[in-house]
Structure formats: structure tokens, C-alpha cells
Design a protein around this ligand. Structure first.
Ligand code: NDP
Length: 366
């Protein structure tokens, strides 16, 4: 039986700050956006609302003098997007075809056909891939192993216990510092003898009496029992090769994030890590009509406010594109929905059939 096909001008994938801001702008521009949320799934680390749904205090989002809770902030974003008529759909997109417009997105029950696509699928925490790390019942994931201190740190299983944080970046410092609110002691295990974290975050961690560092060391295995959860880790000193068992009640993996771009492999240009490449001058990807915003294209800033900012940019880019106006591409060209390319020096227009015509106003040449 053929699937139902839904046709739209703007489809947004993802409902974090980037996706919802793109929805607010495109909805206010009367483009009737359809926003597709991945269903909540602990294994795949998807949660409608994105990473802020697993955050507590947000103190650096402008406009909230006293700070705001992450889930509350995202609730407000969503309410605002709904107010202007954004349509929401919860679905897994299993495949996309971006080879020609309208682009096709396939779920198990429906095909979505869209003139423009705004990708705001965010990023997910990376894992070590060691024995004991997988989700219960294969490992202790959810039973002593976590990638989110703010979500799981306050749980009774971790209170007044010895905990291990893995990583040497800002996330690891932030997680370790946060965990000292509850834990007896937090050990940061790092594979080098220098941290990657910013100086201010390092200093904060070094000054915290509850935090200690285990340098030049990796985790080889997470140990435990189904009844007690995590009971320890097997460590390996990279300088001596020596292995040892270290007792702890919890392991927080904080080794960075991976952009959620598997769906677009082979179709959209990405960097080595998988972040989508966008034009410096717009949120355009290498395919005209496909835009990317938020953490899925930003490995540098990765803040809620920058995600919201690029979400706004994507909406304006999609709007311009649908209005037959040129949008800047990563190549330096500008492209219109008709397939015209304006050269980076603005001197010529290349038509879809390959003809080059001067980009001059006839009135000038009279
Ligand atoms: P980073 O990539 O900065 O750091 C990852 C850390 O994990 C590194 O120390 C790395 O080691 C280590 N690591 C990576 N893979 C492994 C592995 N397989 N085994 C053991 N260790 C591993 O990621 P973060 O998530 O910490 O930060 C990402 C970005 O987000 C940064 O720009 C950061 O500044 C920002 N951020 C800012 C915050 C804030 O300002 N409040 C909070 C959190 C993040 P090595 O150093 O040896 O490569």
C-alpha cells in the first residue's frame, strides 16, 4: 500500500532552540512550517526539546535575570512556535532523498515532500565503547553509567558516593563540579596530563576539594553487578601500562558530542566529525534549499543562544529562497530557487542550462 504523502514548503527537523526558533520565524512569516520531533528515546538520546530538556539551571540565556530551568525554557519556545501556527509531528525519519526538489523524507507511515528543509537535529553525547558501558541489560548504562550529570547526578544511587568522570574538556569539568554537590568525591580520569578545558573551568575544578584527577589513564571496563549497579572501573595507566581496579558507584562519560547527521551521509557536505558544513554567510548547506542550524553545524559555540540565533538565520534563509531571492552557498555562489547561480564576484549569473549572462542592470548600461 502506498504511503500517504504530505506536501509542505518548510519542514524543520529537531525541536531544540534552533529548530523551535526556525519554527517561530517561519510560522510568523506565514510559511506554515511542519516541525518533526524525534520521539523520546533514552538509547538514542533523543528528547523532544533537545539537550536543554536534560539540563537544570540555565543562567546564560539572555532575558532571564534570575535564570530559568532548561525544560521550562523549551516549553516557552514551543508555546511561542505553536502560537504562530507551527504544526508538530513526532516521527522517526528513516531516510531522506535530497537529490532534487521537492525533497523527500520517509517515515514508516508517511512520505513528506518539502520545498525547503531546515536541519536542526543537534548533537548527542559520545561514548567510550568499553565493556560495561552499554545500556542495561548488556551493561550498566542507566544503572550507574551516565552521560549527563545534571540529569542523573542527583539520583540516590550517586549521593555521598565516589564517582568517576571521564574526559578533560569543559563538559568533564562542568559535570565533575556539578556532581560534587551530591557525591562524596569525584575523580576525573583523563587520558593525558593536560586538560583541554578552558582555564576558568580548570581552575574551578582544581580548587574544588572534592575533585581529584587521575592523569594519563583510560577506562578499560566498567565493573558491577545487576543488583548493585556499578561497583568500580578497570583503569589502565598509559605511561606504565599498569592496570588496576578502582572502586566507585558511578561513571559519567564526558568526552564530547557527535552531531546527529547519519541520515544525511553521502548527501550533505560534513566535516571529519560529521558536523554539517554551512556557508559562512548563511545557513545554506551544499544543496540549495537545505539549511542547517544549531549544534548540528556548530562545533565551536554550541550554546542555546547561538543555536537560537542560527535557527533564526535558517528561517530567514528559507524565506528568502522561497521568495525567489538569492541565498549565499558554501561555494561562495548565491543560488535562487530557479537554479540560477550568481558568481561570488556578483559579476555574472549562470542560468540552470549553463548560460552565463552579465549581472548588470540594463539601465546602467544605457
Ligand atoms: P571536548 O572535545 O572539548 O573535550 C573532550 C575531552 O574528552 C577531551 O579532553 C578528550 O581528550 C577526551 N576524550 C575524547 N575522546 C575520548 C576517549 N575515547 N577516551 C578518553 N577521553 C576522550 O568536548 P567537551 O564536550 O568537553 O566540549 C565541547 C565544546 O563545548 C568545547 O568548545 C567547550 O568549550 C564547550 N563547552 C562549554 C561549556 C561552558 O562554557 N560552560 C560547558 C561544556 C562544553 P583529549 O583532551 O586528550 O583530546
Amino acid at each position: 500500500m502506498a504511503n500517504e504523502t504530505i506536501k509542505r514548503d518548510v519542514v524543520i527537523l529537531g525541536s531544540g532552540p534552533a529548530g523551535l526558533t526556525a519554527a517561530i520565524y517561519t510560522a510568523r512569516a506565514n510559511l506554515k512550517p511542519l516541525l518533526i520531533d524525534a520521539p523520546a528515546d533514552a538509547e538514542k538520546q533523543t528528547a523532544p526539546g533537545g539537550q536543554l530538556m536534560i539540563t537544570t539551571d540555565v543562567e546564560n540565556y539572555p532575558g532571564f535575570g534570575e535564570g530559568i530551568q532548561g525544560p521550562e525554557l523549551m516549553h516557552e519556545f514551543r508555546k511561542q512556535a505553536q502560537r504562530f501556527g507551527t504544526e508538530f509531528m513526532e516521527a522517526w525519519i528513516r531516510e531522506v532523498d535530497l537529490s532534487e526538489r521537492p525533497f523527500q523524507l520517509y517515515t514508516d507511515s508517511v512520505t513528506i515532500s518539502t520545498e525547503t528543509l531546515i536541519i536542526a537535529t543537534g548533537a548527542s553525547a559520545k561514548w567510550l565503547g568499553i565493556p560495561g558501558e552499554a545500556k542495561v541489560p548488556d551493561g550498566f548504562g542507566g544503572n550507574g553509567v551516565s552521560a549527563c550529570a545534571t540529569c542523573d547526578g542527583p539520583l540516590p544511587a550517586f549521593r555521598k558516593k565516589v564517582l568517576v568522570v571521564v574526559g578533560g574538556g569543559d563538559t568533564a569539568m562542568e559535570e565533575a563540579t556539578f556532581l560534587t554537590r551530591y557525591a562524596a568525591k569525584v575523580y576525573v580520569v583523563h587520558r593525558r596530563d593536560k586538560l583541554r578545558a578552558s582555564k576558568i573551568m580548570q581552575d574551578k575544578a582544581f580548587q574544588n576539594e572534592k575533585i581529584e584527577f587521575i592523569w594519563n589513564t583510560t577506562l578499560e571496563e566498567i565493573l558491577g553487578t545487576p543488583e548493585d549497579g556499578v561497583t568500580g572501573v578497570r583503569l589502565r595507566n598509559l605511561q606504565t601500562g599498569e592496570e588496576s581496579v578502582f572502586d566507585c558507584a558511578g561513571v559519567f562519560v564526558a568526552i564530547g558530542h557527535k552531531p546527529n547527521t547519519d541520515l544525511f551521509k553521502g548527501q550533505l557536505d560534513m566535516d571529519d566529525v560529521g558536523y554539517l558544513k554551512t556557508s559562512g554567510h548563511s545557513t545554506a548547506t551544499n544543496i540549495p534549499g537545505v539549511f542547517a542550524c544549531g549544534d548540528v553545524q556548530d562545533s565551536v559555540y554550541r550554546q542555546a543562544v547561538t543555536a537560537a540565533g542560527t535557527g533564526c538565520m535558517s528561517a530567514i534563509d528559507a524565506e528568502r529562497y522561497l521568495d525567489h531571492l538569492p541565498v549565499a552557498m558554501p561555494s561562495g555562489d548565491e543560488v535562487t530557487i530557479e537554479g540560477e547561480h550568481i558568481t561570488p564576484d556578483h559579476k555574472a549569473i549562470i542560468t540552470p542550462d549553463g548560460h552565463m549572462i552579465p549581472n548588470t542592470d540594463e539601465r546602467e548600461s544605457v
